[in-house]
Design a protein around this ligand. Structure first.
Ligand SMILES: Cc1cc2nc3c(=O)[nH]c(=O)nc-3n(C[C@H](O)[C@H](O)[C@H](O)COP(=O)(O)OP(=O)(O)OC[C@H]3O[C@@H](n4cnc5c(N)ncnc54)[C@H](O)[C@@H]3O)c2cc1C
Length: 326
């Protein structure tokens, strides 16, 4: 039996949707990548557990992703099952964020656990909630602390895996605890200290764990100030980042004591291209897809950048984008 037949005969998911030979160009901000053999939009924890039981029993590879904002999928695609985590915990429906659908409870923001002086609000969000959705909901409820993160494309699950950050703040500064599932389907809650957050890294690069939800801490703020800050950061992104072309954010990590984009710029590489992949003329830290770029183009280009930076500055630089596929 091939994988498609195995999945069709064995997986009986509640609400999650299954796709076969799904083009990953549709699910990555880079708009690059071959097909996923099986692609599942995972909407709830029970379905994820069932998928893990199935992949373990049948020895099938499982790849986890969020919004696909920091990944490069190889041209040969991804064998096995790709689980796109869309587990949400806020209700982003008509009463947008008024009710925290806390597994059946009708808890509201006002009823969220607070600290002793009543200023810290603990909000639990699903791994599949997008940063911008959360930011808009927090704005409505005049809660501050998330403005810096609000413009980072992606989900909370991806932000935790990458310890995403901008404007001097990282997701680790907001996390109280994270609920994860291991690849045997066991669920546990991990405190901030246990997550081993580092610059663009967390325990999730070392241990096979899937983020299900996270409790974040915010403060009561002023609506206008929150809105102004969000706008300011949004404008900064429009001005500095090549948002007009598909990309996956900063291609390389910041170096130890140097800014990688600056070194790439000083190598005179802005605008250099291989196939459809180009070093942005606007920001040397971004590789952009100028049209029809393949993963091979991006890899050839990033290898070239690494070589040139080493030649000129004797510095090794490390990819930030995560490579998925075989
Ligand atoms: C235009 C642009 C600007 C960006 N600016 C910034 C920035 O300012 N700061 C910054 O830090 N990043 C930035 N990024 C990168 C990206 O937005 C972040 O890394 C983001 O947190 C990725 O989230 P995602 O849901 O898209 O994760 P994905 O890209 O889907 O996945 C990233 C990694 O996380 C893993 N993962 C995803 N979800 C889960 C989960 N639920 N459980 C376990 N592992 C999971 C994946 O396996 C993969 O290894 C930018 C990207 C773009 C396109």
């Amino acid at each position: 039996m091939n994988l498609k037949e195995l999945v069709q005969n064995n997986l009986k998911l509640n609400t999650s949707k299954i796709y076969f030979d799904e083009q990953m160009t549709k699910h990555t901000t880079f708009k690059i990548g071959g097909p996923a053999e099986v692609f599942i939009k995972v909407e709830n924890i029970e379905d994820l557990k069932q998928i893990l039981d199935f992949t373990n029993k049948n020895n099938i590879k499982l790849t986890v992703m969020g919004n696909g904002s920091n990944v490069l999928v190889l041209d040969s695609g991804i064998k096995g099952i790709v689980a796109k985590i869309e587990i949400k915990k806020f209700d982003f429906g008509d009463d947008f964020g008024d009710t925290l659908k806390n597994q059946g409870s009708n808890q509201t923001f006002e009823e969220c656990p607070k600290n002793q002086d009543g200023n810290n609000f603990e909000i639990t969000v699903g791994a599949g909630n997008k940063n911008i959705e959360i930011a808009q909901s927090l704005l409505k409820h005049e809660l501050t602390g998330f403005e810096e993160i609000s413009g980072i494309p992606g989900t909370i699950g991806g932000a935790i895996r990458m310890n995403a950050g901008a404007h001097g703040k990282e997701i680790k500064d907001l996390v109280k605890n994270v609920t994860v599932m291991d690849y045997n389907g066991n669920i546990k809650q991990m405190q901030n200290e246990e997550m081993q957050f580092e610059y663009r890294n967390s325990i999730l690069s070392k241990e096979k764990l899937i983020v299900l939800e996270a409790t974040l801490v915010f403060q009561k703020g002023n609506k206008e100030e929150i809105q102004n800050k969000m706008k300011e950061y949004q404008n900064w992104r429009k001005e500095k980042q090549p948002l007009e072309f598909p990309n996956a954010g900063s291609t390389f990590k910041r170096g130890n004591g140097f800014i990688t984009a600056q070194l790439i710029d000083e190598c005179g590489l802005k605008g250099y291209n291989i196939g459809g992949a180009e070093i942005s003329t606007k920001h040397a830290g971004f590789v952009v897809n100028k049209g029809g770029a393949t993963a091979s183009d991006v890899i050839a280009l990033t290898d070239y950048i690494k070589k040139e930076v080493y030649k000129k500055f004797q510095k090794h630089i490390e990819l930030e984008i995560q490579i998925l596929g075989n």
